[in-house]
Design a protein around this ligand. Structure first.
Ligand code: SF4
Length: 64
């Protein structure tokens, strides 16, 4: 699974970083940065939580 993030949609709420801090960071422009876009099987649930809690629908997961 790969993470796709839209910095155009992101409003910097930081929910993604709370749910999956190994994968998401908020940068100095207060926008999401995907630190690691290749999701390890053990982390899929946490990353899915992050994706589903993004209030701006800025994140999605793509099967590879
Ligand atoms: S939860 Fe969504 S809007 Fe908030 S920082 Fe993460 S990607 Fe951006």
């Amino acid at each position: 699974m790969k993470i796709i993030a839209s910095r155009e949609r992101c409003k910097g709420h930081g929910q993604c970083e709370l749910f999956a801090p190994d994968y998401f960071e908020i940068d100095d422009q207060a926008l999401v940065v995907v630190v690691k876009d290749d999701v390890a099987p053990a982390d899929v649930a946490a990353v899915e939580d992050a994706v589903s809690h993004c209030p701006e629908v800025a994140l999605r997961l793509q099967r590879v």
